[in-house]
Every structure is written in structure tokens, then in C-alpha cells.
Design a protein around this ligand. Structure first.
Ligand SMILES: [Zn+2]
Length: 355
């Protein structure tokens, strides 16, 4: 979809505004008037922040998906396992409640997975309900009442079973999917000296692929040339290949020329964070900062599609700022890219060594 933002008008804007209003966001006195003005932009930013998305005030695929999913209240529809999976905040609520009572449904990501169906049937069996794996009023009611009573409530730490289950303990045979962001007409940010983000994204991915393969890993790239590919096509492509680890590569940009340093991201939402993702993201940013002497901007939990959608384990890397006068041009240097790729590889090795 074409991104919708400041100054846009029309039915798509009314749709966005109506959804924001239903979620309780303030649109100014004008309400859902079909004009994407400052109030709508502020509301989108607040929504993006609350959902741990990139808060740029623009509605692209990722934000749109979240807006739609945020609209589903528990009890409005039947929840069950189907293809494509049912997704939304009602599924997230179900995952959280089951998790609170000790039923392991995998990552609480708002996606109805086979693991969630198992947890639902286990709960139904325990609660003496009809065991059909379908969540309607009866099952939901029981979950809600347990919640209200508090008598059965005990919080347990659910093992991070699906998100982060990597069987290998070395690079040999490890399946790594690499996603160099942007491409083709979609340049990404443009840095000092006119470096277009899509290029170092691809350059680093190709270098990393070469290094990983040299160490016995299997690699798939979501793009191998300067082509554009839709966000959700990338995550689908990665999942179809069943990677152990998925790595999404971007480069950072900031209006301030002072901003510099490396950061990494792992999957988190308001209810959940991937423990394995946090660890892998930590090892990678540590290695990048140590080996390339970058400022450490740390690891952060985010609800980006490239992190949420790809199983079992996904991280995003921003090795530096294209907007920084010294760091920016260096990011496009092949020699520097080779060192960054080596650092990322060392981060993965550190993660695998401590499994
Ligand atoms: Zn980018």
C-alpha cells in the first residue's frame, strides 16, 4: 500500500481516523473529517509509540496492520486455528490470559498458532469445558472469571519455547535468512555524500552471507539485487524457508549530525518480549560496538513486522547513522562492511555458544 501521512485526504484517511477514534485517540474537534492534519498525525505517533512501532506519524503497511488488529476486542468473533492465521488484540488477550494460568502458547504475538490451539484445548480440558480448540463465549468467560476472582491467579514464567528455539549450537548447518531493507525505487534514508540506505543494506547483507556460508551456515537473502519488495512478502519469503535466525538490516538516520552509533532490535509488544531475541540482539550490538568502536545505543524491544512475523528468532540491526559526517560515509566502505559482517558473525557465535 502507498503510505498515508500529513496532508493526505480521502476515504483511506477517514478509515484511519475512524479506527483511531474507536481506540480512544483524540482527533481534534474536527473528528474523522478525511483530512490527515496535525491531530491525526499526533494520534498516529501516539499509537505507534504505544504499539512499539517506528513513530514517524505515517501509516505504512506495518502501522496499518496494527491499526486493524488493535480493533479486535475479545468476544467479538470466534478464535480458532486456520490458514491464514487469525490475528489481532483478541488473540493477544487470549495468549496473555492462558500464559497467566501457566498454559504455554508460545510467544504472545497476537497470532493464532498451532501452539495456541494446544494451549486452548489443555485449558478447556482442565476447566471441564467442551474440548474443541475453539474460543467462543464459554471459554472466554471462564478465562475472564478466573481473571476477576484472582483466586486461581498465579504468574509463572512461560518458557520461550517457540520464539528462539534454535537447534544448532554452531554455525554449521544453521539456516540464516538475511533481509536487506528497501531497494529499487525505495531508497530508504539518504545520508552524507548521497549514500542511499538501500545500498549499504544490501552490501552488508552480501558480505555477511559470504562470511556465514564460509563458516558452514545456509543463507537465504530476501533480495540479491537492487529491487523493491513489499514488507510482508519479505517476511513470508523468510518463513517459507524456515530459518533458524532471521536478520533484518537497516541503517539509521537522524536530522542531528551528532547522532551516531549501533543499535539492535528484538520482538516485543505491550504484553511480551522475546527472551532469545533480547539475548541475540545484545550479543550482536556488543560485538559491533567493541570491534568497530561504535557508540553503544543498545538493544531495544520493538513490534516491527520483520521481528514479529518471522519465526522462530528474528533481530534487526542498524550498524550506524548515515547522517553522521564521519560514520555515514564509512558505512558505505567495503572494508568497514567486512568488519561489521565479522562482528555480527561473532555476535551470533556468542549467542549459539551460550544456548
Ligand atoms: Zn531503513
Amino acid at each position: 500500500m502507498r503510505p498515508v501521512g500529513r496532508g493526505d485526504i480521502g476515504k483511506r484517511v477517514v478509515d484511519i481516523q475512524t479506527r483511531l477514534a474507536a481506540l480512544g485517540y483524540f482527533l481534534g474537534r474536527e473528528g474523522a473529517d478525511g483530512f490527515f492534519g496535525p491531530h491525526t498525525e499526533n494520534a498516529i505517533r501516539a499509537f505507534q509509540q504505544q504499539r512499539l512501532l517506528f513513530a514517524d506519524g505515517v501509516v505504512e503497511d506495518n502501522t496499518w496492520t496494527e491499526l486493524v488488529e488493535a480493533g479486535y476486542k475479545p468476544g467479538e468473533r470466534l478464535l480458532y486455528l486456520r490458514v491464514p492465521a487469525i490475528r489481532g488484540d483478541d488473540v493477544l488477550y487470549l495468549q496473555k490470559r492462558l500464559g497467566d494460568f501457566g498454559f504455554d502458547s508460545g510467544p504472545a504475538d497476537g497470532i493464532f498458532s498451532p501452539a495456541l490451539e494446544v494451549a486452548v484445548t489443555e485449558f478447556q480440558r482442565n476447566a471441564g469445558l467442551n474440548v474443541d480448540g475453539i474460543v467462543g463465549e464459554t471459554t472466554l468467560d471462564r478465562l475472564r472469571r478466573l481473571h476477576k476472582d484472582g483466586t486461581h491467579e498465579y504468574l509463572v514464567s512461560i518458557p520461550d519455547r517457540l520464539n528462539g528455539y534454535v537447534r544448532k549450537s554452531s554455525l554449521s548447518g544453521l539456516r540464516v535468512s538475511l533481509d536487506p531493507a528497501h531497494g529499487g525505487m525505495e531508497h530508504g534514508s539518504v545520508g552524507v555524500g548521497g549514500v542511499r540506505e538501500k545500498d549499504p543494506n544490501l552490501g552488508l547483507a552480501v558480505e555477511l552471507a559470504r562470511l556465514l556460508e564460509g563458516n558452514g551456515a545456509l543463507v537465504q537473502l530476501t533480495r540479491e539485487g537492487d529491487v523493491s519488495r513489499a514488507l510482508y512478502d519479505r517476511t513470508e519469503m523468510a518463513n517459507a524457508w524456515s530459518p533458524d535466525i532471521h536478520i533484518c538490516l537497516h541503517h539509521n538516520w537522524n536530522p542531528s549530525a551528532k547522532a551516531q552509533g549501533a543499535a539492535t532490535y528484538f520482538f516485543a509488544n505491550s504484553a511480551y518480549e522475546s527472551a532469545a531475541g533480547r539475548r541475540l540482539a545484545g550479543y550482536i550490538v556488543d560485538a559491533l560496538c567493541r570491534e568497530l568502536d561504535r557508540v553503544d545505543l543498545h538493544k531495544h524491544g520493538r513490534n516491527y513486522a520483520c521481528l514479529r512475523e518471522v519465526k522462530p528468532l528474528s533481530v534487526m540491526i542498524e550498524p550506524g547513522f548515515l547522517s553522521h559526517p564521519e560514520e555515514g560515509p564509512a558505512l558505505a566502505d567495503p572494508g568497514v562492511m567486512a568488519r561489521e559482517a565479522a562482528a555480527i558473525l561473532h555476535g551470533i557465535e556468542a549467542y549459539l555458544a551460550r544456548l
